[in-house]
Design a protein around this ligand. Structure first.
Ligand code: CTP
Ligand code: MG
Length: 222
């Protein structure tokens, strides 16, 4: 679609993985290359955001199958802003995708973009939560064992993935004051704009730790 651009954020350092996981090999190709390829059927152009020190930023041709490559920032939100700044002003819809989700089916991109074309300001893909959820008095893993305060009704909760699509102007407004958040939809929600949820895909796993890449290899092999 000519009015749809993708921004793939690959500017992280992969602390939990132990290395910049976006460059690890999956089926013989860098994870980030899969993530850019996933955008291709839906996005006219793909902007790739790389760590600021990445040597391929000065290469003659954009790497990993991207059309445009730019240096990222210190946070995910800052990296999205860097990518967004490279999207022309006349583009209607921007799809933001994490490089850490290499197996996102192209159908998810189509679904989130369709929601924007249907009038939403933002659209995320998400899955229902299957674990029982409890609120505790403090976070796990800080030394003392937390106490349960309540069991949370999970029926209205969803676990959100990328891709996420936005009306380009709304996304620019959402980022205008350089806010921070774990996803872009949170910033659009903060504007009071409508964000729709479309069904995600369990295959769209996020590579956070090395075990996740092993899962991804397994899925790819099937
Ligand atoms: N990301 C980015 N710029 C940053 C931080 C994150 O572009 N400053 C990207 C990552 O490369 C990743 C996506 O945002 O594709 C989701 O972030 P996450 O999975 O948290 O990756 P990292 O931040 O690299 O991992 P960690 O939090 O374990 O350090
Ligand atoms: Mg991170």
């Amino acid at each position: 679609m000519p009015g749809v651009w993708g921004v793939v954020v690959a500017g992280g350092s992969g602390e939990r993985y132990g290395a910049p996981k976006q460059f690890a090999l999956l089926g013989g190709r860098p994870v980030v290359e899969w993530s850019v390829a996933a955008c291709r059927p839906t996005c006219a152009r793909v902007v790739l955001v790389l760590p600021a020190a990445d040597p391929s930023l000065s290469a003659e041709h954009p790497p990993y199958g991207a059309d445009v490559v730019v240096p990222g920032g210190a946070t995910r939100a800052a990296s999205v802003r860097a990518g967004l700044a490279a999207v022309p002003g006349d583009v209607d819809v921007v799809v933001v995708h994490d490089a850490a989700r290499p197996l996102a089916p192209p159908a998810l991109f189509e679904s989130v973009v369709a929601a924007i074309e249907g009038g939403a300001a933002g659209a995320v893909c998400a899955l229902p939560v299957s674990d029982t959820l409890k609120r505790t008095d403090h976070p796990l893993g800080d030394g003392t064992l937390p106490t349960v305060l309540a069991t949370v009704d999970r029926s209205e909760l969803v676990a959100v993935q990328t891709p996420q699509a936005f009306a380009a102007g709304v996304l620019r407004r959402a980022h205008a004051s350089s806010p921070d958040a774990t996803d872009d939809a949170a910033l659009v929600e903060a504007l009071g704009e409508i964000v729709r949820v479309v069904p995600g895909d369990p295959a769209n796993l996020k590579v956070t730790a090395p075990v996740d890449l092993a899962f991804a290899e397994h899925r790819l092999a099937r």
